[in-house]
Design a protein around this ligand. Sequence first.
Ligand SMILES: Cc1cc2nc3c(=O)[nH]c(=O)nc-3n(C[C@H](O)[C@H](O)[C@H](O)COP(=O)(O)O)c2cc1C
Length: 159
Amino acid sequence: MRTLIVYYTRTGTTRKLANALAAELRADVEEIRCDRYRPGGLRYLRAGYDSLQGNMPPIEMSQKPLTEYDLVLIGAPVWTSYPAIPIRAFLGTAPDLPARIAVFLTHGGHSPPEKAVEMMASLMPRQIEAALTLSNEDVNGDALPGATRTFAEGLISRD
Ligand SMILES: Cc1cc2nc3c(=O)[nH]c(=O)nc-3n(C[C@H](O)[C@H](O)[C@H](O)COP(=O)(O)O)c2cc1C
């Protein structure tokens, strides 16, 4: 099973989860970069504003051929209850995704992540196979290895 993980992170939490999943799934990893919201200053306010307004920012990523993979995992932080706007910008480019798609989201624990999962699913060309949501606390605590292993095993067993 050839697996690719595509993710956006602003402050590193989603990268940590992406790398943990990549280790379990022996996946390639691709980070979407977006300079507009880089940490520092008051740029998080802009992130929140753009997320609410649906203002799509410019993004950068190297062009890995997505259809060469059997499974793609797409990950992002939750912003204002939605998937962070750079990942929505990526999905807005109508990327040519393979048959199997799964998603993962990190969040601050101050709003239920279901709405973000629903939006992520609605932006995909076909039904998603699985979704993992973890809080900052989970990603940076003892829950990470167990959660990533269980999620990865579920994906591998459906192969
Ligand atoms: C603009 C903005 C909006 C956010 N909105 C939410 C939210 O609605 N609910 C929530 O639980 N966390 C929210 N968070 C917290 C992030 O989802 C959380 O810290 C996430 O793990 C950060 O991921 P990252 O380190 O990969 O950027 C928000 C963070 C930012 C910067």
